[in-house]
Design a protein around this ligand. Structure first.
Ligand code: ATP
Length: 329
């Protein structure tokens, strides 16, 4: 649905985007994540046609944004970080105004009614936008992005400034929109990306440093292969048993957590999956396993590793490996 090739943007001598590539399948919700100044807004503005690239190309549904800007733009609904609302209009006036501005061809009344019901703004349809809460204003902003039923939605920081209840509502709305639209969501909020997106692109200093599902990123960046276990039995015997398993590097005992139940951290050699041998050991010795968890990195750990200077200098090989593996997925 979207194909970004070799995208480069220079502001004078400042290289804001450095030859980025990615493609996005129809119906995916992509999170675009990066620290301030990473190049997120520049990328979004180029995709939506507000900025032109220094080099490279973007196609939306097969239409090149430079060669066929009108056809490409028709296929994109955009919600900028500050929604372009006219606060002295009612929701009805505003959506009709935007309908005309976008030259939408679908039947006016039915189309607007359908969008209002989808984003749940029917009850404020006759109200002045100035009097709406931030959450409702954001919904009206999403409604204008949906006019004309574009297959692609680009949402820039859509939950900034909302209260926790409104954040949950907007996230659920975005998830439901992802069933019919390809969505690109830019965010600083890691938990948001984890909750809403199937795929995450991490951008830092104008380059893509990781691309994958939140889980695969957390897993592939973790050199550690660690299990956190709670088992019932004799602590010393369990610890020795765990140590004796093939591929185990280290076992730490964290003490008694419930009567007779002990916690252990077991670290294996790279590439070893210890879950089955641990299960077999426990079954053989009648040590019930009360919990077993992989302790992969969280998306937050991944983000910090990928965007910290330390990581940039010491471990530059890893992110590109991940990228190579996922490019074009
Ligand atoms: N109009 C401009 N003129 C010069 N430099 C710019 C301009 N717009 C952005 N930049 C620079 O380009 C780089 C990328 O900026 P961009 O706004 O795309 O980052 P961002 O990831 O969206 O950051 P934020 O989350 O803070 O909005 C930054 O170094 C920024 O200073």
């Amino acid at each position: 649905m979207i194909e970004v090739k070799n995208l480069t943007k220079r502001y004078g001598s400042n290289l804001a985007l450095n030859h980025i590539h990615f493609s996005l399948e129809e119906g995916t919700i992509l999170g675009f994540l990066g620290p301030n100044g990473a190049g997120k807004s520049t990328t979004m503005n180029i995709i939506t046609g507000y900025l032109s690239p220094t080099e490279g190309s973007i196609t939306v549904d097969g239409f090149d944004t430079l060669e066929n800007p009108l056809e490409a733009k028709k296929r994109i609904g955009y919600l900028p970080e500050i929604p372009p609302l006219y606060t002295d209009m009612t929701v009805k006036e505003y959506l009709n105004f935007m309908y005309d501005l976008k030259k939408v061809k679908l039947p006016r009344k039915e189309h607007i009614a359908e969008i209002c019901s989808l984003v749940k703004i029917d009850d404020v349809y006759g109200r002045l936008i100035a009097n709406l809460s931030k959450g409702y204003r954001q919904r009206v902003g999403i409604a204008q992005a949906l006019l004309g039923n574009p297959p692609v939605l680009i949402l820039d920081e859509p939950t900034v400034g909302l209260d926790p209840k409104q954040i949950i509502e907007i996230r659920n709305l975005i998830k439901s929109l992802g069933r019919k639209h390809t969505v690109i969501l830019s965010s600083h909020i890691l938990s948001e990306v984890q909750a809403v997106c199937e795929r995450v692109i991490v951008i830092n200093r104008g380059s893509i440093v990781a691309d994958g599902t939140p889980d695969s990123l957390a897993h592939s960046l973790s050199n550690e292969n660690r299990l956190l276990l709670r088992m019932e039995g004799e602590e010393k015997a369990i610890k020795q048993g765990l140590h004796s398993l093939r591929g185990v590097k280290e076992v730490d005992a964290y003490g008694e957590k419930e009567p007779g139940v002990y916690e252990f951290s077991v670290e294996g050699n790279e590439g070893t999956d210890l879950r089955r041998p641990v299960f077999a050991l426990a079954a053989q010795n009648h040590w019930p396993i009360l919990s077993m968890k992989n302790t992969d990195l969280t998306l937050e750990d991944v983000f910090l590793r990928l965007t910290s200077d330390l990581y940039d200098h010491q471990e530059t090989a890893q992110p590109s490996e991940i990228l190579d593996g996922k490019e074009g997925a």
